[in-house]
Design a protein around this ligand. Structure first.
Ligand code: C2E
Ligand code: MG
Ligand code: MG
Ligand code: MG
Length: 288
């Protein structure tokens, strides 16, 4: 009976695993055509300066509109793209779109904002990364100082010496660098000083825990103090409530990004949001 039960359990898991890998394979083969079929789109999420309340930047976030399954979240397709190496071409496309969209907002008449693009570990290892960044800047005509690349601890810690060299090359081009999801990795704060980073992004999980968890607050305060000590700017991601916003502002955080301000939206909506926000801000009767 035990044997029987074991076999059934095995069958159950085998079927489940099969279903999972079939779905995985389906997504994988669909993803191979997503770019050429125009199924990818860049969304943008605004970031606000906590002192001036101005919109000072946007983060570019990729979206995949699957023809049958609808919108697939990045958490689901980015790891697949990373695994099969597709992320390199998708990431280059993301850079192109972000720079082009940013230029078009400028031409529309909006004040220049920083555009931040996520870079995956695999892209970071790609031999063409530097050439790709150069080409994209040249084609779009975007000022390098208006582009920021977000990297994760994992990408730099895999090979810190190589990473430091690569990051210096990028910094010397005038492009800014941010460390993303800070606090979730295994590395200590002190390694930050070895890399030419201009921005630290505090991970959403700490912001989420802020109100219930004194440890989360201690970590946030520590990150802010250390980053400022190293002359880096601090951005908090995932701000959903006014209480979180107030806490971060009063504790010296520089910028905020989150649903409280705006969800990630398509390029045209981001443009309209920024135009609207800027209009309201300078209207004398409106208190933001
Ligand atoms: P990330 O770079 O840390 O981006 C921030 C994520 O937090 C985004 O999720 C954003 O929609 C979400 N977020 C922002 N504010 C809030 C909030 O107030 N509440 C909640 N619940 N969520 C908030 P998204 O767009 O699903 O992207 C997830 C991750 O996928 C990104 O995390 C990034 O690691 C990756 N990703 C997205 N686009 C790209 C891309 O173009 N290239 C690469 N390599 N990775 C990307
Ligand atoms: Mg990011
Ligand atoms: Mg992040
Ligand atoms: Mg994150």
């Amino acid at each position: 009976r035990a044997k029987e039960k074991g076999r059934n359990t095995y069958r159950f898991y085998a079927a489940k695993m099969n279903a999972q890998s079939t779905e995985q394979l389906m997504l994988e083969s669909a993803l191979r055509h997503a770019l050429e079929r125009g199924e990818l789109e860049m969304y943008y999420q605004p970031k606000m300066d906590l002192q001036t309340q101005r919109i000072v930047g946007v983060e570019a976030l990729m979206r995949w509109h699957h023809p049958v399954l609808g919108m697939i979240p990045p958490m689901q397709f980015i790891p697949i793209a990373e695994e099969i190496g597709l992320i390199v071409s998708m990431g280059k496309w993301a850079l192109e779109r972000a720079c082009a969209d940013s230029r078009s907002w400028q031409k529309y008449g909006l004040p220049a904002v920083l555009v931040s693009v996520n870079l995956s570990p695999r892209q970071f290892e790609s031999r063409t990364l530097i050439a790709d960044i150069r080409a994209v800047l040249e084609t779009s005509g975007l000022e390098p100082s208006l582009l920021e690349l977000e990297i994760t601890e994992g990408a730099v810690m895999a090979n810190p010496e190589h990473a430091a060299k690569l990051l210096r090359t990028i910094r010397d081009m005038g492009v800014r660098l941010a460390i993303d999801d800070f606090g979730t990795g295994y590395s200590s704060l002190s390694y930050l000083k070895h890399f030419p980073l201009s921005t630290v992004k505090i991970d959403r999980s700490f912001i989420n825990d802020l109100s219930q968890d004194p440890d989360a607050r201690a970590l946030i305060d520590g990150i802010i103090t250390l980053a400022h000590g190293l002359r880096m700017k601090v951005v908090a991601e995932g701000i959903e409530t006014t209480a979180q916003l107030d806490y971060l502002r009063s504790h010296g955080c520089d910028e905020a990004q989150g649903y409280w301000l705006c969800k990630p939206v398509p390029a045209d909506e981001a443009r309209d949001f920024m135009a609207h926000h800027m209009r309201n801000q300078f209207a004398p009767s409106v208190v933001v």
